[in-house]
Design a protein around this ligand. Structure first.
Ligand code: PEP
Ligand code: MG
Length: 565
């Protein structure tokens, strides 16, 4: 039996054939000219046919897709039929004798540069142009089309990692599991997989060598991939397919003794907020505003931002919403804010720090948040990402005050913010722990790197003690200021039902997670009293390894096995 090991990031057990993500299309040789015997006219004709085939394929896929994916595919299809682009490429074939693939590469490159220079809506088309260019080159040269492979039947997608743009076209009806050779449990590919409820394993070394079509067993609960599944694996996959559904969330997060622990959703746009409201989430604990603008080359206008934010606020009339200001940088680059050539992006100008290099963007965003909040009934709290010091929290709070926003907070994602939470909470009303980044910075382990996945684990004793310190600092600030200071967790740790119990036991007031995780977390919280959660937390804090910490908690929570979690 051949077995690969990685880190399971979204539980589930399935069997299916592998489809590898194709290699990105490389630039055709600059000296690539017309094939001998082919006239320039025939080459131009071949180019047009390739573009037409790409357009038809995209149109057909757009017709089958819905929502964001349909919109992305439709706009790319339009670009494949762009007459000016084909005319310019044709001229390079007839005038310079370039091969059709080299001609479309150059023509699209020039076109993209012009669009970018025009700015605004035009600049947003750059991604479409470059995508279409790769697709036409693939069609002309007989290579597989870039992006998520197409298939009539279900498959296990294997990739090095997924780019944010790929994720828009991932069809959860076809992709039954995701296995990546890179990535970590707190990177955005893992977050997306959990969002979709897709069994997923990251950092699976050797996954890229599995031949296309191989039937594999993916055990994302265990973090293993078996390339020669036998009777046992088929049985486990069958049992998973027939699992008992979790009880539906009734809209109030509660412990066995009635202590309320609000359960909120993490969202990136209005549609996700709507889904969260339908699932009875108690509000939004993290609105990742950067997700609404990931493909943008230019700063969105205040009006445009206001509309976008209001769609999220309106999904929860009268309810709690925590909106986070733009968290650009590292694996979420925004061309108008971040410099991708930094040698060490995770430690660079990201999150709140972009206010120092691009002054004005944060202030305008706050204006937009305030305008949207004023126009809605939601109870809007605002917070900044990547805060390291109390003076930063002070400055951010002053900006919110100026804009008329009443409840101010920051994220605790750096060890510095964790150990100075008391000082920080003298400046703001609440903190929300971003355990994904807090883990990567505490462990000094890039959350995107496969080989470091074991370190990128919020069960690590160093991370648990950072969380404990944060809560203790908050309670001290409460005593000193005489004001309540809310401490929540909105990192992926909150979505792990066993860890959720530990967080509550450590004194965390509220949890925010992807909408799909809420029923599991709610069901497990309901099985313990606050006293029991506190006892478990004390035991877990004493653990010497991540594995031991998790085992200690699981041993106290039999409900996990009963629910197949
Ligand atoms: C975190 O770091 O835990 C967090 C919630 O922020 P993001 O995952 O968007 O970096
Ligand atoms: Mg973060």
């Amino acid at each position: 039996m051949d077995k690969l090991t990685g880190v399971g990031v979204s539980a589930g057990r399935v069997i299916g054939p592998v489809l590898q993500m194709p290699e990105p299309i490389r630039e055709p040789d600059a000296a690539s000219t017309l094939t001998e015997g082919e006239s320039p006219e025939a080459a131009v004709e071949r180019l047009k046919e390739a573009a037409e085939a790409v357009k038809e394929n995209l149109k057909e896929r757009a017709g089958r897709a819905s929502g964001n994916a349909a919109a992305v595919l439709k706009s790319t299809a339009l670009m494949a039929g762009d007459k000016a682009l084909l005319k310019n490429a044709g001229k390079l074939v007839t005038g310079k004798g370039l091969s059709p693939e080299r001609a479309i590469w150059e023509a699209a490159g020039d076109y993209a540069a012009q669009m970018k220079a025009l700015g605004g809506y035009m600049a947003q088309r750059v991604t479409d142009i470059l995508d279409v260019r790769s697709r036409i080159v693939a069609q002309l040269t007989g290579q597989p089309a870039p992006g998520i492979p197409e298939s009539e039947t279900e498959f296990v997608l294997v990739a090095e990692d997924l780019a944010p743009a790929d994720t828009a076209t991932l069809d959860p009806a076809k992709v039954i599991a995701l296995v990546t050779s890179e990535g970590g449990p707190q990177a955005h590919t893992a977050i997306l997989a959990r969002d979709l409820g897709l069994p997923a394993i990251v950092a699976a070394n050797g996954a890229l060598e599995i031949p296309n079509g191989t039937t594999v067993y993916v055990d994302a609960t265990d973090g293993t991939v078996v390339t020669t599944p036998g009777e046992k694996e088929y049985r486990l996959a069958q049992a998973y397919a027939n699992r008992k559904p979790l009880p539906e969330f009734d809209g109030t997060g509660k412990l066995a003794d009635g202590t309320q622990i609000p359960l909120y959703s993490n969202v990136g746009n209005g549609k996700a907020a709507q889904t969260a409201a339908e699932a009875k989430a108690e509000g939004i604990g993290l609105f990742r505003t950067e997700f609404a603008f990931l493909n943008r080359d230019e700063e969105p206008s205040v009006e445009e931002q206001t509309v976008e934010y209001k769609t999220v606020f309106d999904a929860f009339p009268g309810r709690h919403i925590v909106v986070r200001t733009l968290d650009a940088g590292a694996d979420k680059p925004l061309p108008f804010l971040t410099d991708t050539s930094e040698p060490n992006p995770a430690l660079g100008v990201r999150g709140y720090r972009t206010d120092w290099t691009s002054p004005g963007v944060l202030q305008r965003q706050i204006e937009a948040i305030a305008a949207a909040a004023k126009d809605s009934t939601a109870d809007v709290w605002a917070m900044a990402p990547m805060i390291s010091t109390a003076p930063e929290a002070h400055d951010f709070s002053a900006m919110l005050e100026e804009a008329g926003l009443k409840t101010h907070g920051v994220m605790v994602e750096t060890p510095s913010a964790a150990v100075t939470s008391r000082d920080i909470l003298h400046e703001v009303d609440f903190v929300s722990m971003g355990t994904n980044d807090l883990t990567q910075y505490t462990m000094a382990a890039d959350r995107l790197l496969g080989p470091l996945a074991e370190l990128n684990n919020p069960w690590q004793p160093g991370v648990l003690r950072m969380i404990d310190l944060t809560v203790r600092g908050a309670r001290q600030a409460e005593e000193e200021t005489g004001k309540a200071k809310s401490v929540s967790v909105c990192g992926e740790a909150a979505a792990d039902p066993a860890l959720a119990v530990v967080l509550v036991g450590l004194g965390v007031n509220a949890l925010s997670m992807n909408t799909r995780s809420i029923p599991a977390v709610a069901a497990v919280l309901k099985s313990v009293t606050l006293e029991k959660a506190q006892q478990i937390a004390v035991q877990v804090l004493d653990a010497r390894s991540a594995e031991n910490a998790k085992d200690v908690a699981r041993a106290e929570l039999p409900v996990l096995d009963e629910l197949g979690l």
